[in-house]
Every structure is written in C-alpha cells, then in structure tokens.
Design a protein. Structure first.
Length: 237
C-alpha cells in the first residue's frame, strides 16, 4: 500500500499525522510526503527577507530530512514559493485569509500538476483540509478537490496546529465546504508524548505549537482524515 501525504510546508505532515505514522494507520504503508511550497524564507531566528531564503530553506530541508528518518517516510520537495516569500510580507492577514479564493488562485494549476505527478501509482492521497485558512493549505485542499474529481483517491487530513484550538463544529463546517459527503475517520489512537518527542523543528515550533501539542495529549485527541464513505478508508482496515 502506497500513500502520498501532501504537506503544504515543511513540518505540516508529521505535525498533523505523526501519531498515525508512529503506530496508527500510516505506520504500515509505504508513505511519501510531498512538500509543495519548498521555497521558504521563514525561520524564527532571523527576519524573512528574500535574500535570506537560501539559508532558511537549507535549515528547513535539514529539519524535514531528520523528521523523515524519525517518522519513517520518504520525502519529495517541490519548488513553489510559500506565501510569506511570494507575497513579500510577514502580515498574517495576508496569508491567514478566510476570504481567499483558492479556486481562482494562480497557484492552483501548478500545484495540481505537481501533486498529480507525485500521486502516480499511489493507492491513497492525503491533502490538508484547510483549517486555519492559511492560503497555502487552502490551495492544496482545492488541488485535492480537483484531483478527486479526476478519480484520484483523495482524503483530507485535519491541519495542525489549527485543529487543536478549534471546535468539532469548526472542523465539520470546513469539511462541508470542501465536500458535503466527507465523513471523519480516526487514523490514530490517542495522541501521545511519543509524537511530540519526535517532532524536531527548532526553527518553527514556538509557544503556539507547544500549546497545541499539549492540548492534543491533555484532551485525548485522535488524528483524523475526512473521506467520502462511498470510497471508504482502505488504509489499516
């Protein structure tokens, strides 16, 4: 069984599905993580100018390679620019945008092409649901909708850290905007400290991420994907 997990940025896949990769439904299949927006200028230790993007990118690639070894997945890295780099701003309102039209974004077509190429031969493709309204996540979610319409087996995973702070109604509403037929499936047991210990992203994990990780364990969250029940969830079943 081969699974492609589409990660908008470095860190999104293990942050959102790390428990499943350790001992849940993704622990057995051959998992490849594809990082779509692999050109980045954001690390916590310096102001994100375009000239500093090569340094930031090198740091984040190194972190992701380390995560791939710790969680046991193969890695593909795309060359799209993440929102902060291509928009040239650190203003969160520019890239955390609930009004963003992913279907009309110029990023959509190249992202669809990229993911479709990676997905060749995959038995299951997982894309983010788009919780938190990050424009890069929304583009990947919309690309998943496009590919599902072409017959690609697509499921939508809950984006962390955003889902950790939301309500179940928030998640359900977002899933309905993607596809009203989607239903949630647990792909892990309770999230444990083992996941937190394997997440080594010092350039990214701040107090917000730490609070989300604590909430996941304290409130006994499970990692979930949303799938069409007509298609079902073939992994780990």
């Amino acid at each position: 069984m081969r699974v492609l997990v589409v990660s908008p940025h470095f860190d999104d896949a293990p942050l959102s599905l790390g428990q499943s990769l350790i001992d849940g439904d993704l622990a057995t299949p051959r998992v490849t993580v594809g990082v779509v927006f692999g050109r980045t200028n954001w690390i916590r230790w310096m102001y994100p100018t375009r000239r500093r993007a090569p340094i930031a990118g090198a740091v984040r690639r190194a972190e992701e390679l380390f995560a791939a070894a710790r969680f046991g997945y193969r890695l593909r890295i795309g060359r799209r620019e993440e929102a902060m780099l291509r928009l040239g701003t650190t203003d969160t309102a520019a890239y955390l945008d609930p009004t963003f039209d992913a279907a009309g974004s110029p990023e959509l077509a190249p992202v669809v092409t990229l993911i479709e190429g990676w997905a060749a031969g995959a038995d299951q493709v997982l894309v983010p649901l788009g919780l938190g309204d990050h424009v890069d996540h929304l583009v990947c979610a919309e690309a998943g909708r496009v590919l599902a319409g072409r017959g690609v087996p697509v499921g939508f995973y809950e984006d962390r850290p955003y889902v950790s702070f939301g309500t179940s109604d928030d998640v359900s509403r977002r899933a309905e905007t993607v596809d009203a037929a989607l239903r949630p499936v647990d792909v892990s047991g309770p999230i444990t400290a083992a996941k937190r210990r394997r997440l080594f992203y010092p350039s990214q994990i701040d107090d917000t991420f730490e609070r989300a990780l604590r909430l996941d364990t304290e409130t006994v969250h499970h990692e979930r994907v949303w799938v069409d029940p007509e298609t079902g969830w073939p992994i780990g079943r």
